[in-house]
Ligand binder design. Structure first.
Ligand code: ADP
Length: 492
């Protein structure tokens, strides 16, 4: 930065605010200790801050798994149906279709209407892509033959469920615009299975899949090591993770006396639901901007970790800090000092809640040009700011960097805690973590900042951090769900 800028009030104020987002090594260490405490609490009891949900998946793949499986994904506006052919050599081929869910089925129909619609999409998919198998099934049925060759299906259902078994889980509540009251409290696998049976499809709902567990499984299949993947983590719209836990540590499993699962591996994948880590704010860092974002959100006090880490929120944290600097007359960020034209139009996204997308942060962070020309372009494209000054661009970059780096360092907290808690760094040469989500994929050096924080945790240190392999794991709800259906079938 040029020496003249050090005296600019805009840049000085940006530096001051950026410091509020500092998350130093000592705080990371305190965060890890608290995460381990909340993690153990969640393994022992229900209704804790970290839900630590047992997935009933008791083995992770090693890349040799084979076969043809179906996977469906209901989690938002689209329903995805795919078939996955696992080749048994860490590779797979995947065929998929995506169907928009009619609005009326999301919010005004009955559970049966919705699930029959889903079953019809599965039928259409089978007719298009696996017609031989489908026709053969119909023939056998018409001849009264009962022996059946069924497709095993993994059902990724991204709404809060109380999972009771590998293919059994009751819906706690709808989110994301869905509202079908008679489905609440019902087993969503049974709902899908009865709709499938009503249409006479050769399909068995073998597994209920959480997307982070799918991410872990997909990574373990595609990048096998000596011991399989330990953690699957998502840093996208939201953040969450799953990891492999020792069965004897999941003491709350005593509360599921009827659950049927394979105990021979002595392990089970746990869905941490870490977005809600430290909702009580014992240790999480905060700023005025975080507090205001939370207060104005539709779920204040909930998902407090996620609100500091994931793609849905980072743009909004930045927007609030920029608006504060813009409105402060002593600072005047993005004000046309000495110029006549209006710099920020009234209808700019700067003034709208959720107006800044986190992809804006990635663009700004990536700009290493001397004049910050990319920042200027991003300000024009995203906020319609005409001709910002160099100091304005510097200030925006300082804030973006601070918010993005804090998110990455916070992301290291659950990872370090799980690495330490499982003791895997002591017993293995290499520990694998599969990650998915636009933030970790596209935000420049997100992994680098995570690694820096991991090295600063004494229980990990530089030696431990070197043993950690982090890799992108795509398609948890496709190949991951297929692999869980496979594991479920083996356990049957
Ligand atoms: P999802 O988590 O919904 O499956 P993604 O992993 O694509 O999907 O995450 C979407 C989130 O990532 C959104 O909140 C969006 O703002 C953010 N995002 C999209 N592109 C980028 C990018 N280039 N850099 C950082 N964040 C991004």
């Amino acid at each position: 930065m040029s020496s003249s800028s050090s005296s600019s009030p805009v840049v000085e104020e940006a530096k001051r605010i950026a410091r509020e987002f500092d998350y130093p090594a000592e705080r990371v260490q305190v965060g890890v200790k608290e995460y381990i405490r909340q993690m153990n609490e969640g393994l022992a009891a229900e209704h804790t801050t970290l839900s630590q949900i047992p997935s009933f998946v008791t083995a992770v793949p090693n890349g040799t798994e084979k076969g043809l499986y179906l996977a469906v994904d209901l989690g938002g506006t689209n329903f995805r149906v795919c078939s996955v052919d696992l080749h048994g050599d860490s590779t797979f081929s995947l065929t998929q279709s995506k169907i928009m869910i009619p609005r009326e089925l999301m919010a005004s129909g009955t559970a049966k209407d919705l699930f029959v619609f889903l079953a019809r999409q599965i039928e259409a998919f089978l007719r298009i892509h696996h017609n031989d198998h489908f026709e053969a099934h119909i023939r056998r049925r018409s001849l009264g033959q009962t022996e059946q060759e069924l497709f095993d299906l993994g059902f990724t259902f991204s709404f809060p469920v109380r999972q009771m078994g590998i293919n059994k889980g009751t819906l706690i509540r709808w989110t994301k615009g869905f509202n079908i009251p008679d489905a609440v409290g019902q087993d969503v696998c049974a709902l899908l299975q009865s709709a499938i049976d009503e249409l006479g499809l050769p399909v068995r709902v073998a597994a209920l899949v959480n997307d982070t567990v799918g991410t872990l499984m997909a990574r373990s299949y595609t990048s096998p090591g000596k011991t399989g993947t330990l953690i699957g983590a998502i840093f996208g719209t939201g953040t969450n993770g799953a990891y492999v836990e020792r069965l004897d540590k999941i003491t709350k499993l005593e509360q599921f006396p009827d659950a049927h699962y394979d105990r021979s591996t002595s392990e089970m994948v746990i869905n941490a639901e870490w977005g809600s880590f430290d909702n009580q704010m014992n240790v999480l860092p905060t700023t005025l901007y975080d507090d205001a974002l939370d207060a104005d959100s539709n779920n204040p006090g909930i998902q407090m970790f996620e609100k500091r880490v994931s793609g849905m929120f980072l743009g909004e944290i930045l927007r609030r800090a920029l608006v504060a600097m813009h409105r402060d007359p002593a600072v005047g960020l993005l004000k046309a000092a000495g110029r006549s034209k209006v710099v920020v139009p009234q209808d700019s996204a700067l003034y709208k809640q959720w107006g800044i997308d986190t992809s804006f942060l990635s663009l700004v962070e990536a700009d290493n040009t001397p004049g910050l020309v990319e920042v200027k372009v991003a300000l024009k494209d995203h906020l319609r700011v005409d001709d910002p000054s160099y100091e304005d661009s510097q200030a925006v970059k300082l804030l973006v960097h601070a918010i993005g780096k804090r998110a990455a360092r916070l992301s290291a907290v659950p990872l370090a805690a799980i690495l330490h808690h499982t003791g895997k760094l002591q017993t293995e040469d290499l520990v694998d973590i599969g990650v998915d989500g636009s933030l970790v994929e596209f935000y420049p050096n997100f992994e680098g900042y995570i690694r820096e924080a991991l090295r600063q945790v004494p229980e990990i240190g530089p030696e431990g951090e070197k043993k950690v392999r982090i890799g992108i794991s795509k398609d948890g709800s496709g190949v991951g769900a297929a692999l869980i259906a496979l594991v479920a079938k083996q356990e049957d």
